[in-house]
Ligand binder design. Structure first.
Ligand code: DAH
Length: 339
């Protein structure tokens, strides 16, 4: 019996040492330590031994089993290390290899202008307001002192969903919504798309973008309006930009004005961008008409305010030297990449 055990020990050590991979090692594990393994069979045959021999042989078998077990474990660790080493050598990543180029694109010029204007006004304590593009005519016109028979409705002819629901022709509609919802003080700007039934040409599009501004508080005057617009023009168009007001008419403001800025390309001398004028028409503005305040639930005896609105495309075109508005909507990547 003892010789048998010694023989098993000797051959198992040799076989384990010589074994070359995990698969072979697994087979050896089964062969020596498994349920039907050689050592287990030996233990089963212990019944034939004398009671004195049994504990001696039993502990001998256990000792050998432990030794084999240890050898197998050592070998397993060795195989794992080798496997890892092999992986590290063959699966390493070449960090010097040039990566695939991802085309990130750039922000659309319209988006750029909107973001820049938003930042400027956020810095002056304004909030950004939003309103629906599919709008009730009442917000787009009636509440803004433009009743159904008013000629200003013809100038801003738009797309009708029903008699009372339209695609908004101006972001001024958001003024009425905000005034109805909030109590003064109100300080908002609202950028967004607007619609008019215009044919497409170099300076017209049935869809374009506006940014509306509205301030309502006690004692707001025309000087606040002018100071605000001057600040905005200097921030967005350059420190040396000057601003001038020309009298105008809008139904929702009284008095109303159109504001021009000194040409930010030639500085006022006259060039292609300002068409030799030295000035570029920037926006419409004025003091909010008392009727508008009343229509929106604000007491004109207590509060006053100013409003302004301008087209984003016009600014983007002047700023980036774009001569045809259609380019802004065709979205040809070769064009957009330039900004
Ligand atoms: N909504 C006007 C337009 O589309 C622009 C405008 C003029 C907005 C005067 C205003 C304003 O808020 O006070 O032509």
């Amino acid at each position: 019996m003892k010789e048998k055990i010694a023989k098993i020990k000797e051959t198992s050590i040799k076989e384990i040492e010589e074994c070359k991979n995990q698969k072979e090692l697994n087979d050896l594990k089964v062969k020596y330590l498994g349920k039907k393994g050689e050592l287990t069979l030996l233990l089963r045959g212990m019944g034939a031994l004398t009671p004195e021999e049994r504990p001696i042989i039993g502990s001998l078998v256990n000792k050998v089993r432990d030794e084999i077990n240890n050898l197998v474990e050592e070998k397993e660790v060795k195989f794992k290390k080798e496997e890892l080493q092999r992986k590290l050598e063959t699966e390493n990543i070449d960090i010097t290899e040039p990566s695939k180029k991802i085309n990130l694109g750039s922000l659309h010029p319209i988006t750029q202008v909107i973001q820049e204007v938003e930042e400027t006004f956020l810095g002056m304590g304004y909030e950004i307001a939003d309103g629906p593009e599919v709008e009730k005519a009442i917000y787009n016109f009636d509440k803004l002192n433009t009743p159904p028979d008013h000629p200003a409705r013809d100038i801003q002819d738009t797309f009708y969903i029903t008699d009372n629901i339209i695609l908004r022709s101006q972001t001024s509609s958001v003024q009425a919504r905000v005034m109805e919802e909030k109590k003064p003080p109100i300080k908002i700007i609202c950028p967004g798309a607007v619609y008019r039934s215009d044919s497409v040409d170099a300076t017209h599009s049935p869809v374009f973008h506006q940014i509306e501004g509205l301030v309502i508080d006690k004692n707001i005057s025309m000087t606040d309006l002018k100071g605000t617009l001057e600040m905005f023009a200097k921030k967005c168009l350059g420190e040396n930009t000057k601003i001038r007001f020309r009298p105008h008419h809008f139904p929702f403001t009284e008095p109303s004005a159109e504001a021009d800025v000194s040409c930010f390309v030639c500085g006022g001398k006259g060039c292609k961008v300002c068409k030799g004028e030295g000035w570029i028409e920037l926006l419409g503005c004025g003091m909010v008409h008392p009727n508008v305040l009343k229509n929106c639930g604000i007491d004109p005896e207590e509060y006053s305010g100013f409003a302004f609105g301008f087209g984003v495309e016009r600014i983007a075109m002047a700023k980036f030297g774009i001569e045809d508005m259609r380019l802004l909507f065709e979205n040809d990547v070769r064009f957009l990449k330039q900004f």
